[in-house]
Structures are given as structure tokens and as C-alpha cells.
Design a protein around this ligand. Structure first.
Ligand SMILES: [Zn+2]
Ligand SMILES: [Zn+2]
Length: 439
């Protein structure tokens, strides 16, 4: 769901950027009404509400009864694109991997998923699952493309890519940026251009977009990680055999929606409205003439307008990070999260990798960029990093000077302590502080 607070906070961050935007930002800058851009040394962050401005859903003939709802792809839940892609020692094919989540982001801020759906074999385009623009909605009512967003080319022109793969390489259309013919594509549908830069080319048949990753990506749970998550407000739908989507309208404020379909010559519709508290009211007019209504639970994420969650409980947060059972310390935190943080995947966590994690976590949480993580920020929307949960859970201990907020130095100090113990082969737990032991 749209979270006004997250949107505003990212807008502020974006406006506070000084200096020229990285080159990777160019195609996204063509859609200023749809995307918010932010960046640091390593990533371009693309924020959007996940709803494109073109008609959605019309033309789908294999429908799972999902509908488009706005998502909060902002701040720590924005799309991150590496600014300095690194060729992988062995690229990875999207024919056998990455059936979950996005593998690219279109210039209008809409994610692009693997053309093969999560069963690992169905070509979504050939199966009739996609609308006229190559998109549809996932199980969280999250709209995404599964093929190249050709319609964006009109605004982008031939010299800009249609979007970026999540390894940081651009995806161009059928011709080279200078208009010349494309030659010599590899199995991922990419090649190194005359200027020495690697890029992909989209196509009208499989693989449609990047057929895998030439560059390094981190993988977790069968998808590229980190990547934003969509926020489901209801149970996933079932296929509705024979249904064909015929119409879709959305109000200017993106609060009211109507989807029309036909099934065996009879009409059906889904009307839905986002209510002020963030829940969604659905009215289903079924082809058999019946009507039903339901109101979804609110999503799991914080909604704008809600009270911010209470600050972490200092007493409860007083324990060591590795809870002990039968006197046996659990695996140290670093070892539990080694795979996610081990950016070069060499099986070891370097000091630099630990620091990179600290930087990513800190930047992600410090929404207002005042150089401190307040408890409100720590309890705000999830940050895509392994340390994110750690900061939330151990807020009080990390806040060594008990100022009520975490400075970068405080987070670094804890991370370095953990890392030093890890590099010596020891576990780490916070020393028990007497002030925290008080009832
Ligand atoms: Zn999909
Ligand atoms: Zn090319």
C-alpha cells in the first residue's frame, strides 16, 4: 500500500541529493511523475508505488483473480540497482533460476519478473497471463511485467535502455543505442558493446528481457536479494477458468478501482477501494449474478496515519543477541547471516563486507538523514539488510551512550566487536550492562 510517510521521506532524501545523478538514473529520470530516485556510492534507489500510468490487466485470459494495488517501494523498500556492476565468474541463467521476485526494473519503476513464472516452466506471455503491456498482478496484488516494457520506448527514445537488470546492466531494445543492428548476443541475451560496456537486449520472444545475469547478484530464497517486498492484504486468489479481463479503471487519487471481465459470455466485476485506515474494501459481482463483499485486513506494514509503534522495550532488549538454551550459546549472529553478507561469496566475511553491511543498514534506517537512527526510524519500514533486524532487536544495547538514538559510530563499534570475535573464531554477545538489568 502507499505509505505517504515513506513516500514523503524518500522525496526529501531525493531532493537533498547534491551533484549529478549517476548515469544509471537516466532512463528513470524520464518518468519523474512515477519514480523517486536516490543514490549513494554503490546503488541507485528507485522508488515507486508499483502502479504504471497505462491501462492494466486488460487482455489477460488466464487470471488468478489478483488485482493491482499500490505498493510502498520507497526508502529501504525501494529497488536498488548496482552503479558499478561486476561481471560474475559464472553468470546465472534465468531459465533455471530466479523464478521468484524481480530480475529487472523498468524505467517507470515497475518491476520486471522472470518471463517464466514461479512453477519454473510456464511462459507467462504465451500462457495468456499478461495484459497488453506485458504485466499482471502477483499474489500480493502487486503489478509487475514479465516481458520487456516496449511502450516505454516512445518516451525513452532509442538511446536509453528500457530498464536495468538487478545486476546493474542496462536492457536496451531491439537495436543498439546508436540505431545499429545487434550482433553476437550471449545466452543471457547480452554482449559487450564496442565501447567495452556490457548490456542486454530485449526481444519479442523468449527470453524477452535479460535471460539471466552476466553480473554478480546475491541470491536468497530463489530470488535476487535484497529486493523490495510487496505487501499482501488478503489471501492469494485462485485461477478463474475462462475469464477474460475486458476493462480496468482507476481513480486519479488511486483509491478506487474497477476491473471488468467476462466468463463464458457473462460479465463480472471487482470494485475495490482503499479506505482511510489502509484496509481495502472489495465488492465482487460474479458472472452467476451473485454479489459478495469483503474488507481486507490491513497490510502488515505500518500505514501512514497510524501511530508510530512504541520504542523498543529497554528491559526486553537487554539480553544477549544469542539466546542461550541449556547454557549452550547459539550460533553467533555473523555465522547465521554469513551467506547474505558475504558479498563476494568466498565463504568468509571480510571487514569491508561487515562495514558495507553497516553502511547499508544505517543509510536505510536514517530516513531523515540526520546521522542518527531514532527508535521511530528503527521501528519504521523494513530495511533491506541482514543487520536490519539486529538493530531493531538490540536497539538499546547498540545505543551505547543511551542517547535514545544510534549513531553510525555506535553501530560500527558493535559490528566491529562482532567481526573481531568472528575473525578470531569466537562468538559474540553483548556484555550485560547493569543499567539494563534493573527491573
Ligand atoms: Zn507475475
Ligand atoms: Zn548491444
Amino acid at each position: 500500500m502507499i505509505e505517504e510517510a515513506d513516500y514523503q521521506a524518500m522525496k526529501k532524501k531525493s531532493a537533498a541529493q547534491t551533484g549529478p545523478a549517476p548515469k544509471t538514473a537516466e532512463p528513470f529520470q524520464k518518468f519523474p511523475e512515477a519514480v523517486l530516485l536516490d543514490w549513494d556510492e554503490k546503488y541507485l534507489y528507485v522508488g515507486s508505488d508499483g502502479l504504471p500510468d497505462h491501462p492494466m490487466m486488460v487482455g489477460i485470459t488466464a487470471w488468478q483473480q489478483q488485482v493491482p494495488l499500490p505498493q510502498a517501494y520507497y526508502l529501504g523498500n525501494a529497488w536498488s540497482i548496482p552503479l558499478h556492476p561486476v561481471p560474475a565468474a559464472n553468470g546465472m541463467s534465468a531459465k533455471t533460476n530466479f523464478f521468484r521476485g524481480a530480475i529487472a526494473v523498468a524505467a517507470n519503476g515497475i518491476p520486471i519478473f522472470n518471463p517464466i513464472k514461479n512453477d519454473g516452466r510456464t511462459d507467462t506471455f504465451l500462457a495468456g497471463e499478461l495484459d497488453e503491456y506485458g504485466g499482471h498482478c502477483g499474489r500480493a496484488d502487486d503489478y509487475h511485467y514479465h516481458v520487456a516494457p516496449w511502450h516505454l520506448a516512445e518516451r525513452l527514445g532509442p538511446s536509453l535502455p528500457l530498464g536495468y537488470a538487478l545486476d546493474g546492466y542496462p536492457i536496451y531494445g531491439l537495436a543498439e543505442p546508436d540505431g545499429s543492428t545487434v550482433n553476437g548476443l550471449d545466452s543471457f541475451h547480452g554482449h559487450t558493446s564496442a565501447t567495452g560496456e556490457y548490456h542486454y537486449h530485449a526481444s519479442k520472444s523468449y527470453p524477452y528481457i535479460n535471460g539471466g545475469f552476466h553480473g554478480e547478484v546475491s541470491i536468497g530464497g530463489g530470488q535476487v536479494e535484497p529486493q523490495p517486498s510487496a505487501n499482501p492484504v488478503r489471501q492469494a486468489g485462485e485461477p478463474l477458468p475462462g475469464a477474460k479481463i475486458t476493462g480496468f479503471t482507476i481513480s486519479a487519487d488511486k483509491k478506487k478501482y474497477q476491473l471488468d471481465y467476462s466468463q463464458n459470455g457473462r460479465k463480472g466485476s471487482v470494485n475495490y477501494e482503499i479506505l482511510p485506515g489502509g484496509s481495502v474494501h472489495f465488492t465482487f459481482k460474479n458472472p452467476d449474478g451473485t454479489t459478495s463483499e469483503s474488507t481486507s485486513e490491513k497490510g502488515k506494514q505500518r500505514k501512514s496515519g497510524d501511530r508510530p509503534p512504541p520504542p523498543p522495550d529497554r528491559k526486553a532488549a537487554g539480553g544477549p543477541p544469542q539466546m542461550e538454551t541449556n547454557g549452550q550459546p547459539r550460533k553467533p549472529w555473523i555465522e547465521n547471516h554469513l551467506k547474505e553478507m558475504d558479498r563476494d561469496q568466498n565463504g568468509k566475511l571480510s571487514r569491508e563486507e561487515m562495514m558495507a553491511e553497516v553502511d547499508q543498514t544505517f543509510t536505510g534506517y536514517d530516513a531523515d538523514r540526520d546521522g542518527k537512527i531514532s527508535s521511530e526510524e528503527a521501528n519504521g519500514p523494513g530495511v533491506r539488510s541482514s543487520m536490519a533486524g539486529f538493530v531493531k532487536q538490540h536497539f538499546a544495547e547498540v545505543d551505547a551512550d543511551e542517547s535514545g538514538s544510534i549513531s553510525l559510530e555506535e553501530l560500527k563499534a558493535v559490528a566491529m566487536k562482532m567481526w573481531e570475535k568472528y575473525s578470531r573464531g569466537e562468538g559474540f554477545s553483548f556484555p550485560r550492562s547493569p543499567t539494563l538489568e534493573k527491573p
